[in-house]
Design a protein around this ligand. Structure first.
Ligand SMILES: *Cc1c(COP(=O)(O)O)cnc(C)c1O
Length: 398
């Protein structure tokens, strides 16, 4: 299974002992199955209308999956754009030779704009000041910079309020150094049963688009949908959808539409680092939060909240030999303990799954999110860089 990791790591990392795989990696890691990623894209491509374009959202290291690997797979599967948030994220991909169109979400600092223009990073514009500054910088560079107009249709995060969007679109149109290439907005809630607000946002978006069309302002890419919108709101697809979560095989919510064949690409693994035999009334871990009701056999998992594992107490579980072993005591920064008394004899170094599938069972990102009192997005993006990412089945790369 662990094929192609050596050469891929070497491509991605500077030549250090860790990067070249000289150091043995710690007995805890995150496996990303690139074959599943490619398969998810096949499934998405078959599901979507043919002309609908895809922007692959690879911000925050593609939600912890590795932006470079995910971007390459998405582009090979036909994605037209990459979506990022910080200038560093985008430049890192440029440094690795990715020449694709990249759209930066969020707000830009003035000092970032010359970099964006020079490296062809497309920005979203939210106000006139930005239009003027970007226009000046593009003109000085002798370029006509494409921009996407970001409309606030009710999320009230970034963007120009829908009622003022037309005049901003006209301001962009009047600027010779800018090209109004895209118009976009973002849903506050697209993946829950109740679509009332999403439909209201869609109506506001459509209102702006008609006002623009009435004045002969044409745009190439109109886009509103994230993964939830892609799945559940086909009437909001327009020209392009922005897919983040779904490419990783995790649904944005429990109630959105499912597509057969989508599979999670991430598995969080570790090896049993120790075994302790407890007598009745022995306690476990910091704060003595667990007291053994009888003789117990526990296994030590070398992962903790310093790796992004939720700081649980006597809650949650791992998979060992395809069966669930409950967490006992509190999770520490670097380790936690699980009760394996009822499992067949657990061996030192045995592979344990903290999130993902093992045998017939699976601990999903949604399940971990419940333990963490959070959402699956936070769970995926919350695994820290301290856990090495091992990309497997990447052998289709040239
Ligand atoms: C993060 C983000 C997305 C991706 O959302 P998913 O639910 O992960 O598909 C799309 N659009 C914008 C503007 C985003 O910030």
């Amino acid at each position: 299974m662990n094929t192609a990791t050596q050469s891929e790591l070497a491509q991605e990392e500077p030549p250090t002992a860790c990067g070249e795989g000289i150091l043995p990696h710690r007995p805890a890691w995150i496996e990303i199955d690139l074959a599943r990623l490619r398969h998810n894209y096949q499934v998405i491509n078959q599901d979507k209308p043919k002309p609908l374009k895809i922007l692959s959202v690879v911000k925050d290291e593609a939600y912890g999956h590795g932006a470079l690997h995910v971007a390459r797979a998405a582009l090979a599967a036909g994605a037209s754009f990459l979506g990022l948030v910080t200038l560093e994220e985008a430049m890192r991909l440029r440094d690795h030779g990715l020449r694709t169109r990249m759209l930066l979400f969020g707000e830009r600092q003035e000092e970032e704009l010359p970099w964006c223009v020079e490296h062809d990073l497309t920005v979203c514009v939210n106000d006139r000041r930005m239009v003027e500054k970007l226009g000046r910088i593009a003109a000085r560079a002798g370029k006509r910079a494409p921009v996407h107009l970001k409309i606030n249709t009710g999320m009230n995060r970034y963007g120009v309020r829908w009622s003022e969007a037309l005049s901003l679109a006209q301001a962009v149109g009047a600027n010779k150094a800018l090209e109004l290439e895209g118009v976009m907005s973002h849903f506050s809630m697209s993946d829950e049963m109740d679509k009332t607000f999403a439909l209201q946002q869609l109506a506001r978006f459509n209102e702006v688009l008609s006002a623009m069309a009435a004045r002969g302002i044409a745009v190439k890419y109109r886009h509103l949908c994230n993964s939830g919108g892609f799945l559940d709101l086909p009437q909001a697809h327009f020209d392009m959808v922005r897919i983040g979560m779904l490419q990783h095989g995790v649904y944005p919510s429990k109630v959105c539409r499912r597509i057969a064949g989508i599979e999670p690409t991430m598995t969080v693994k570790a090896r049993v680092a120790g075994i302790q035999h407890l007598d009745k009334d022995d306690v476990v871990g910091y704060g003595m939060k667990y007291r053994a009701p009888s003789a117990r056999r526990i296994a030590i998992i070398p992962v903790g909240y310093g790796d992004g594992y939720p700081r649980l107490r006597n809650q949650g579980c791992v998979l060992i030999g395809g069966r669930r072993a409950p967490v006992v005591g509190g999770v520490a920064m670097d380790a936690f303990m699980v009760d394996t008394t009822d499992l067949p004899e657990v061996r030192l170094q045995e592979e344990v799954v903290l999130m993902g599938r093992q045998g017939a069972d699976e601990i999903s990102a949604h399940e971990v999110a419940q333990w963490k009192n959070s959402v699956s997005y936070d769970v995926l993006a919350g695994w820290r860089a301290r856990l090495p990412r091992i990309h497997v089945n990447g052998n289709q790369d040239p």
